[in-house]
Design a protein around this ligand. Structure first.
Ligand SMILES: Cc1cc2nc3c(=O)[nH]c(=O)nc-3n(C[C@H](O)[C@H](O)[C@H](O)COP(=O)(O)O)c2cc1C
Length: 235
């Protein structure tokens, strides 16, 4: 099938102003719970329909999606954007939390310009959330707390990989990993170049696919007083 012929109609749900939370972070939490299948949106009939749909995907052997995977866009000093997937590791009053190598491309770009954007796409719910705002670094103790919760292999991996640097081959990486494993036979400390960020949202848009491309889009924008204003956008 030609790429141009790939198309689907979005019919799973709808979004109404009256059903949206006043606080977009609360709204995000509702949608995130739906995406992790803790509960499904809508009335009982829709919940049953989505439950059956998800069960059917399991029967078909479809891989579960990563509901906390998000695209993170950053910008370099020339205004050139770059984007990659990272995992959401928490949501609190500071915003959206994620962890990475501070010396990676994204880390360097965020050092130079803290403005960033995130996109979540939950295809099984026909939903998208777009976020933009500014990041700040988490404290080292907070990053350490999360770092120590990771499997030992991942902690060694963080030390072993100078994320984004050109390496000669796979063997180089594996040798480096073994070297670090020997260096830290027990505890693996937090690398000084690794940690978390919080992205404080200034704009959060919720998109629910609808039939005939007449999707529902609601956009929360924070004003200078920190109040959230909600507007419907044309799809
Ligand atoms: C599903 C998925 C989850 C990922 N999660 C993270 C993450 O949480 N942190 C991270 O640094 N990289 C993560 N990565 C790798 C990044 O996409 C990227 O390759 C890496 O961070 C280097 O990006 P940069 O060179 O643009 O800084 C993930 C990749 C995928 C596909």
């Amino acid at each position: 099938m030609a790429i141009a012929d790939l198309r689907k109609d979005y019919t799973l749900g709808s979004l109404h102003r009256a059903s949206l939370a006043a606080d977009p972070m609360a709204q995000f939490q509702h949608w995130f719970a739906d995406a992790t299948a803790v509960k499904s949106p809508g009335g009982w009939l829709r919940r049953v329909a989505i439950g059956l749909y998800k069960w059917w995907l399991v029967v078909l052997g479809a891989k579960p999606v990563d509901p906390n995977a998000m695209a993170l866009a950053t910008v370099d000093p020339d205004g050139q954007p770059s984007v990659r997937t990272v995992l959401l590791k928490g949501v609190d009053e500071r915003g959206f939390l994620f962890f990475t190598n501070y010396e990676s491309r994204k880390g360097r770009e965020l050092d130079g310009n803290p403005r960033a954007a995130l996109v979540f796409y939950w295809s099984d719910l026909e939903r998208q959330v777009c976020v933009s705002g500014r990041v700040s670094k988490l404290t080292a103790p907070e990053s350490d707390k999360y770092f120590q919760s990771r499997p030992r292999g991942s902690r060694i991996g963080a030390w072993a990989s100078a994320q984004g640097e050109v390496v000669p081959n796979r063997e180089f990486l594996e040798a480096r990993w073994k070297e670090i494993e020997t260096r830290f036979p027990k505890d693996v400390p937090l690398p000084p170049f690794w940690g978390g960020y919080a992205l404080a949202p200034e704009r959060i848009e919720f998109w629910q696919g609808r039939a005939s491309r007449l999707h529902d889009r609601f956009n929360y924008v924070r004003d200078a007083n920190g109040h959230w204003n909600l507007e419907r956008l044309a799809p």
